[in-house]
Ligand binder design. Structure first.
Ligand SMILES: Cc1ncc(C[n+]2csc(CCOP(=O)(O)OP(=O)(O)O)c2C)c(N)n1
Length: 176
């Protein structure tokens, strides 16, 4: 089984699925814990800084009208939605994933928008630039693109290599 621990901080690693002992689990205690943690999470979400990547994700997810579509790019936007959006229904959610997660994001969003009345795309700044030429193909669709400007490739400042000297040098355009 694949080992994934990007922060290299796990105390214990498991390489097979644990056996579920549902019959002996004290269900009510587990449920109480769940509710307590849910309340804690809700409190944190209600105290997000007014203007931040986290609050943008939270507000987008909350304010989207029912029957709209949401396209979310890699890598921070999808993580921000996962972390800071509250569960809801009524929105068709899409994302690309795989080896080339940041290419074709505008194109994907435009394709999705052809099948929905209203589509919002939340795209990282690098991902947006990567596919900016797609805007020349814009069709008559109702698509709002929100570009998250975190100095390009902000995800890399949250991964283990964030401490590497000159990291930003390789993310920023070379002056001509
Ligand atoms: C075509 C392609 N090239 C490179 C990558 C590696 N990659 C993953 S996330 C990322 C940075 C994305 O930057 P940005 O769009 O600014 O979003 P954020 O850093 O906020 O997640 C890169 C280059 C990829 N997934 N796909």
């Amino acid at each position: 089984m694949q080992e994934i621990d990007t922060e290299r901080s796990a105390d214990q690693k498991f390489f097979s699925l644990p056996t579920l002992k549902t019959a002996t689990t004290p269900y009510q205690a587990w449920l109480n814990d769940w509710r307590a943690y849910e309340a804690l999470a809700a409190k944190s979400l209600s105290e997000l800084p007014e203007w931040s990547e986290a609050s943008v994700a939270h507000i987008i997810a909350e304010e989207l009208p029912d029957d709209s579509a949401l396209f979310i790019s890699s890598s921070r936007p999808i993580r921000d939605i996962e972390s800071f959006a509250l569960p809801r229904t009524g929105v068709a959610t899409y994302a690309n994933r795989g080896l080339a997660g940041i290419d074709g994001n505008i194109s994907t969003a435009m394709g999705i928008a052809t099948h929905h009345q209203k589509t919002l795309a939340m795209i990282g700044d690098l991902g947006f630039l990567h596919d900016v030429s797609a805007l020349t193909n814009i069709e008559n669709v109702n698509l709002l693109i929100i570009v998250i400007d975190n100095n390009g490739g902000g995800i890399f400042s949250t991964l283990p290599q964030r401490g590497v000297a000159d990291l930003r040098k390789y993310l920023e355009p070379t002056p001509s």
